[in-house]
Design a protein around this ligand. Structure first.
Ligand code: GLN
Length: 494
């Protein structure tokens, strides 16, 4: 078999089980692809020794008597936000320079237990704050899609994960999504990404950004792989008090492609002024595909949608400012050197000024401001009330019998790196306009590649599901994927 790094998880699993290929061969193919893709800056810490050791163990397990899990022997990348024991875990921040945790996050441990093979850590926006991977201390990751002389963003914050999967450097990758960071980069790179219901994946050992919004999820080459990998990532975890104690179904077994009679809601508030025609058309085409597959399409209203972005950009920085208070130069990573006569407060201030990048500093300041005594009610409490209304909009749609909601995933295709650097930060925040509502309401959402724009860049559609119904959501996504027939790949230039 050639080009083993190009396989999907399902293809590799079947080949491994038949004995047509070994995990060591798959892993070596990915290591070769990673080494040849420095220009994408996707992997920021490579772990080939760990990978080969785990691949050998997986091969032994596959040869042994037991039925090996689906992820056994599958080479994957891990976003730098996940703590991985003994391996740099820096959330792409200078403040965590050299930080090697003593422990493994629950999600990455679940993947290890399932036999998955970690190839290394993936680039991202610093502390997962951003939509273009440009806030990373390692420099931006690059989108493997390229249509002219511009280099494009892979999206963010899980930009390294998206770039690596789209460029076949690994079979799949982990991502995290606080406001869209799995779904937006998946859409901009032509891959699939699902954010499960809040509480499905343990947050333990994932460096916290905004704890009431953060969720981990898989970024994969197709919907089947998302189902396989999501099942391996989920578990109830007593170490995370918000982790749900409910059974994890076999998501892959739910992919029948049969969506006859399912009710798909089209929310009118997602039709925004200035939305590119192509995005509008993609959305209409996706709606028609689901209808042809037997779904019933209804118009719905989610009236508080327009308040979602402002509420998110109060709540997320508020939680971030609190979560990031722990980076003080004492307990982790970087510590500023002091001049004679400087004391502990200078040490905190200098460390934080040197260690955090601009976007993170902006969020800490905004968050501290909205939580301050005089403004708490006006900003933070009001944002929390808006959040409850946004959730209620979704509840009402689901009460009407809606099974899933179809929207665009992003307002447009990948943009050029650096193009937004002069812009108002709110321009960048608009990237999340279709995705943040889902985090605020704690719902599952998936981005599926559905077409190319006229330049030849991928565009994605988002499906939003009922809480805990990831299986059904994946099945609708599977039907959409089948109908859209998106098979394009970026042309190799790196
Ligand atoms: N782009 C959004 C932000 O900057 C979402 C990030 C995320 O989901 N981690 O906050």
């Amino acid at each position: 078999m050639s080009d083993l790094n190009k396989l999907t998880i399902a293809e590799a699993r079947d080949a491994l089980k038949k004995g047509d290929v070994t995990s060591v061969e798959l892993t070596e193919a990915c290591i070769g692809a990673i080494d040849a893709a420095g220009a994408l800056n996707a992997f920021v810490h490579k772990t080939p020794d760990i990978a080969l050791e785990r691949a050998k163990a997986a091969d032994a397990r596959l040869k042994g008597g037991e039925e090996a899990p689906a992820m056994c022997g599958i080479p994957i990348g891990i976003k730098d936000l996940f703590c991985t024991q003994g391996v740099e875990s820096q959330a792409a921040s200078g403040i965590l320079e050299g930080f090697k945790p003593e422990y493994e996050s629950t999600v990455s441990q679940n993947l290890i237990d399932a036999g998955a093979v970690m190839l290394g850590k993936l680039n991202m926006d610093e502390f997962a704050m951003g939509s273009s991977n440009e806030t990373s201390v390692y420099g931006n990751a690059v989108n493997p899609w390229k249509v002219d002389d511009r280099q494009l963003t892979p999206g963010g914050s899980s930009g390294g994960s998206a770039s690596a999967v789209a460029a076949d450097l690994c079979l799949a990758a982990t991502g995290t999504d606080t406001g869209g960071s799995i779904r937006q980069p998946a859409a901009l790179t032509g891959i699939t990404g699902i954010k499960p219901t809040y509480g499905r994946c343990s947050r333990w050992g994932i460096i916290a950004f905004a704890s009431s919004l953060d969720q981990a999820g898989p970024m994969t080459k197709d919907v089947r792989d998302a189902a396989i990998m999501l099942e391996a990532m989920c578990s109830h975890d007593p170490k995370d008090s918000t982790s749900a104690d409910i059974p994890v179904p076999n998501f892959e077994a739910m992919l029948t492609g049969d969506i006859k009679g399912k009710v798909i809601g089209i929310p009118k508030e997602y039709r925004m002024d200035g939305m590119p025609e192509e995005v509008e058309k993609l959305w209409a085409d996706g709606t028609a595909m689901l209808k042809d597959a037997g779904a019933r399409i209804i118009d719905i209203s989610l009236p508080h949608t327009k308040y979602a972005l402002p509420a998110y950009y109060v709540i997320a920085p508020a939680e971030a400012s609190s979560n990031l208070a722990r980076y003080d130069g004492v307990r982790y990573g970087h510590r500023a050197s002091l001049a004679k006569g400087e004391g502990i407060v200078d040490m905190y201030e200098k460390t934080r000024a040197e260690g955090f990048g601009h976007e993170v500093q902006r969020r800490v300041m905004v968050g501290t401001y909205v939580l301050s005594a005089g403004f708490y009610d006006a900003y933070y409490n009001r944002a929390r009330r808006v959040r409850a209304l946004i959730k209620r909009d979704f509840d009402e749609a689901f009460d009407q019998g809606v099974d899933a909601i179809l929207t665009p995933a992003t307002p447009g295709p990948a943009f050029g790196l650096g193009e937004m650097s002069e812009a108002d930060p709110v321009e960048m925040y608009l990237q999340d306009v279709f995705t943040v509502t889902v985090n605020l309401a704690g719902l599952p959402g998936i981005s599926v590649p559905a077409g190319l724009d006229k330049q030849g860049l991928p565009l994605g559609l988002q499906l939003i599901g009922r809480p805990w119904e990831e299986g059904d959501l994946l099945n609708v996504a599977y039907a959409l994927e089948g109908a859209a027939g998106f098979v394009s790949k970026p042309e190799k230039w790196w």
